[in-house]
Write a protein that binds this ligand. Structure first.
Ligand code: GCU
Length: 603
């Protein structure tokens, strides 16, 4: 059955199929020496994973990762990337190939690139995100396997590079699974593909892996000095290395020596009057530089404190009301994954038109451009991992996956001043197993970052006679008690004015979702579902109701714009869009937009 060529290939493949080392996430990759692999990639749609499994469903050594070419006329190779169509990376396949609009399965991607390996440097292959299950080969050798569709990962491929033409092949599978995070059902489009940037990153043999720089909370508003904590990690456990932290504008220059772990950490102070604090009204960032003998890393970082005091949220020691909106990571017009500063700027500008100082990036970590653009524009951020609805709470692999996503979300964005809340879940059913799973995640997040608030989107647990109660064991683990409620849409239409709320915890409250659907341009009576008047009235009644909730510190209504969802099938109205946007999927403002904008002007 198999020719001499294929046997040769198998021997070669076996010898070469050693797993490359996945290395801890590189911090601030955008400031590193990179070569982009974005652009046109060849792709092969492989519904039955013919390119990975043999007809006995065992992984095959003659898979598409071999990028094999017939050597002799009689050779049988039943795929050819170079004859295959191309699509853009970063991007999803659903909006680039009409045949793949609903497709969930495997697609293979191939890209050739030039490289000149050097003994002085290491080369990392960095992916901003790939949805969902991703296997990567460089020059036919497997370099790694990653699951999770919304966080970055990188491999050290130095030992796999050739001088000249190299080939990277990626198998992407976005099939939904019960044990996955998110699990099988979710109310957004399951965009598949290499959805964010791909780049080669050249680093010295020992490089600065990541660092954290935070303004300490202790230093109250009247303090003469402000305490800043700094920690940096090298890629090697190299003691005695000098890492110098410089913040020129603050006249900070601190040479530090690494410990046995290759780490440095210190706290230093700067005169309070010298330090402008980051805030929506003044999104001030400072040029920060780290240098070692072989490496240099810069970033622009803002300094602010965020904390709670009773039912208040304090930004830089001052109570703040979070005028927010929820956003999905979808391009402003016509759907498809957003993945650039321009995409982010458009969506965030709409949020600012609403009068927002805060956005909930739902329900998964959005791309780094979005977070950084929000920081530049002075917009506070709630960032979340997709523990959405009914996750497999008792499956240890599911927990490890969720914890890994939480780790990567925090490690990527730990220096972003505008991120104030890490959210670990959305609308999860109560059970001891769920509490144990989420409790561990909350503690894990706190172990990585004590400078931000922890929350999750809870659900109303009891409602009768217009009295709504929120009782959730997870209140113990969170700093902010947040919940979603859909009075006026999924229940109690027109009853919002009569509603009372009981949230029995001495913690700030955020209503993380409320809203209703409307088809832009569809007008009628305010009790006619799907009309703009119905949605407008719902917002009028809900905002008045929210004004009565004790301890309310903010809200992120659902949602900025209509977004694609396979769960929304009502023809002529939804057409696979969730229509709860205040903007249509073409950027047209619905009547409810003005209700929320006006309410925020009074806040
Ligand atoms: C839920 C959920 C959202 C969903 C929304 C809706 O609360 O968190 O993801 O889109 O409700 O039903 O529109």
């Amino acid at each position: 059955m198999k020719t001499r060529l294929t046997i040769l290939l198998c021997v070669a493949a076996f010898a070469l199929s050693v797993q490359a080392k996945e290395v801890p996430l590189l911090g601030n990759v955008m400031a590193r020496e990179t070569m982009s692999l974005n652009g046109e990639w060849n792709y092969i749609v492989d519904v039955q994973e013919e390119g990975y499994y043999d007809y006995r469903m065992n992984p095959t050594r003659w898979g598409f990762f071999q990028n094999a070419k017939p050597q002799r006329p009689e050779d049988l190779i039943e795929y050819d990337f170079d004859k295959a169509p191309k699509m853009k990376v970063p991007g999803d396949w659903n909006t680039q190939d009409d045949r793949l609009f609903f497709y969930e399965g495997t697609v293979w991607f191939k890209k050739s690139f030039q490289a000149t390996p050097s003994a002085e440097t290491r080369t990392l292959l960095y992916f901003g995100a790939v949805n969902y299950d991703c296997r990567v080969w460089v020059n036919t050798r497997e370099v790694g396997h990653h699951i999770g569709g919304f966080t970055p990962f990188n491999y050290d491929i130095s030992d796999y590079l050739k001088d000249g033409e190299n080939v990277v092949i990626v198998k992407v599978d976005n099939k939904r699974k019960a044990e996955a995070v998110p699990t099988q059902i979710f109310d957004w489009w399951n965009y598949g593909g290499i959805t964010r940037d791909v780049m080669l990153v050249k680093v010295p043999k020992t490089y600065i892996e990541n660092f954290k720089l935070q303004l300490e909370k202790q230093s109250g508003p009247k303090a003469k000095k402000r305490e800043i904590s700094f920690k940096a990690w090298l890629s090697e456990k190299a003691a005695g290395q000098t890492v110098t932290l410089s913040i020129p504008e603050l006249k900070v220059k601190l040479p530090l020596t690494t410990d046995a772990e290759g780490q440095v950490s210190t706290t230093f102070s700067v005169p309070a009057k010298m330090l402008q604090l980051w805030s929506p009204g003044n999104p001030k960032r400072y040029q920060v530089e780290l240098s070692t003998t072989g490496d240099f890393l810069a970033d622009s970082i803002g300094f602010r404190t965020i904390e709670t005091r009773g039912k208040q949220i304090l930004l830089n020691g001052q109570p703040i009301f979070l005028k927010g909106i929820s956003i999905h990571e979808e391009k402003a017009h016509g759907g498809g994954r957003a993945n650039s500063t321009a995409d982010a700027h458009e969506l965030l500008s709409w949020a600012q038109e609403l009068g927002c100082n805060f956005v909930r990036l739902a329900h998964y970590p959005h791309n780094e451009y979005a977070v950084r653009e929000a920081e530049r524009m002075g917009i506070l951020v709630w960032s979340e991992i997709p523990c959405y609805w009914t996750i497999a709470w008792t499956n240890p692999d599911t927990y490890a996956n969720a914890e890994r996503q939480l780790n990567d979300m925090i490690r990527r964005d730990q220096n972003r001043a505008n991120i104030i809340i890490w959210s670990i879940a959305n609308e999860t059913p109560h059970s001891p197993q769920r509490d144990q799973f989420l409790g561990r995640l909350a503690q894990y997040a706190r172990s990585l970052d004590q400078s931000r608030l922890i929350s999750m989107a809870m659900e109303v647990t009891g409602a009768s006679n217009y009295k709504n109660r929120l009782h959730d064991n997870m209140h113990e683990y969170v700093d902010v008690v947040s919940f979603n409620q859909y009075i006026g849409w999924y229940r109690d239409v027109n009853d919002a004015p009569k509603m009372e709320w009981e949230v029995p915890y001495d913690k700030p409250v955020i209503v993380s979702e409320f809203g209703g659907g409307a088809r832009y341009g569809y007008h009628g009576a305010k009790n006619q579902r799907w009309t703009e008047e119905f949605q407008e009235n719902l917002y009028i009644e809900n905002t008045a109701m929210l004004d009565k909730i004790e301890g309310l510190c903010g809200t992120t209504p659902w949602i900025l714009k209509d977004f694609r969802s396979p769960r929304r099938v009502l023809n002529g109205i939804q057409d696979y869009y969730n229509r709860k946007g205040l903007f249509s999927d073409n950027g047209e403002k619905k009547k409810a937009f003005y209700v929320l904008r006006d309410w925020y002007t009074k806040k």
